[in-house]
Design a binder for this molecule. Structure first.
Ligand SMILES: *Cc1c(COP(=O)(O)O)cnc(C)c1O
Length: 385
């Protein structure tokens, strides 16, 4: 792949990733492990490139959603445990066990299948039991704990390596009473599981980014930060709650890792009175010069940004004019001197003194930064800078 030929790409700032990693580490006790949550192609940052950096920084553990993601990580041979937090197809279960993938557990059929497999192939299956504490997504209820955990007590081939839960209402509010009630429930249920098992479950974990940053009491043996590692606050509320709690200047604690860039493919003059793009949603009120850029909603640049955002060219804001197309957008460069084909345009990131953040795009289209970054096309090449 010749870099010159690439028209649209994503850059990963290694320094910023390290900054975020170090910041999160600084919140942890020495004996708390840190997992890199690299599901969704490392939140759109690129699974392989991102995990390689996290491995180099010393992350202890990886969390993914799918079996396929676990396989991609395994190819990199980091020698670190991988937890699959989503459903694994029945047809992949035996392979997942042979590959020592740790798997979320919340259904009894799965446990029975794993028991049969480990007996027939003499392997150990590692599970992390998911507890229902109020999110009602995955997770077993109190009355099921005895049944699940006793299977582990009685079968050498099945290891209950971890026990965890996930908060429902920690990012969306500065009122953390629901999260605290979940944490309390988690402690109680995990204690009950350990009583049944008659020993300690090695890895207790609950904390996503917001919990890891706000609540040391949620850390236990391992934290599972995703979004904060990539340099974003989970939400405005998390940001505000952190400030209130720690009275720290939070501006530069987390630094976005990703930039999304493209190159101008054409400069075009549009006379006053003419329309631009599908649906004739934009009409030039004066003679304009527009730049045509080779990105669109296919690349993860949301169509809702039509006529409602800007890109950076030569360090200046160039507003979108007309609809976002599948592979193309048009921007107004009338006020920017001397723009030429193959000039770099920044869709997310910094240029000169200007910045377009994923947070800004998210708020423009009424979604969350998570969605902006995870939807960036996986066909876009990722480069570490
Ligand atoms: C995605 C996910 C995380 C990470 O959440 P962030 O808010 O991105 O830190 C942690 N735990 C589970 C179970 C998840 O699904």
């Amino acid at each position: 792949m010749n870099k010159e030929n690439i028209l649209s790409w994503i850059e990963l700032d290694k320094k910023n990733l390290k900054n975020n990693y170090d910041f999160l580490r600084s919140k942890l006790d020495d004996d708390t492990m840190m997992a890199g949550v690299v599901k969704a192609d490392a939140y759109g940052h690129g699974l392989v490139k991102t995990s390689r950096l996290l491995d180099e920084f010393g992350v202890d553990y990886f969390c993914v959603h799918s079996y396929e993601e676990a396989d991609k990580l395994r190819k990199q041979d980091y020698g670190k445990p991988i937890l699959i937090m989503g459903y694994v197809a029945k047809s992949n279960l035996k392979d997942a066990i042979e590959k020592n993938y740790r798997m979320v557990l919340y259904d009894r059929e799965r446990l029975a299948e794993a028991k049969n497999i480990t007996e027939s192939i003499d392997e150990t299956a590692y599970f992390h039991l998911k507890l229902e504490t109020g999110t009602n997504r995955q997770g077993i209820r109190e009355e099921e704990i005895g049944e699940f955990v006793s299977v582990f007590r009685e079968n050498q081939g099945l290891k209950l390596e971890g026990i965890y839960t996930h908060f429902a209402n920690i990012e969306d509010t500065t009122d953390h009473s629901y999260a605290h009630s979940q944490l309390k429930e988690y402690r109680r249920l995990a204690g009950k599981a350990e009583e049944v098992l008659e020993k300690r479950i090695p890895i207790k974990h609950t904390a996503c980014s917001a919990a890891a940053m706000l609540f040391p009491e949620s850390h236990f043996d391992l934290v599972r930060p995703g979004i904060s590692m990539y340099g974003f606050w989970s939400s405005k509320e998390t940001h505000a709650a952190y400030m209130l709690k720690y009275h720290e200047n939070v501006e530069n604690l987390l630094k976005p890792v990703l930039s999304f860039k493209t190159k101008v493919s054409q400069i075009k003059r549009v006379p006053a009175g003419e329309y631009i793009g599908y649906g004739c949603t934009f009409r030039a009120t004066r003679d304009m010069e527009i730049a045509v850029l080779p990105v669109g909603y296919y690349d993860g640049y949301d169509r809702l940004l039509s006529n409602n955002s800007y890109v950076l060219i030569k360090g200046k804001r160039a507003p979108l004019v007309g609809r976002v197309c599948m592979n193309i957008i048009m921007v107004d460069v009338s006020a920017i001197e001397n723009v030429k084909p193959e000039d770099v345009a920044v869709l997310i990131g910094n240029q000169g003194d200007e910045c377009i953040s994923a947070n800004y795009l998210a708020s423009t289209i009424n979604t969350i930064n998570y969605e902006i970054v995870t939807r960036l096309g996986c066909h876009l090449p990722r480069f570490v800078v």
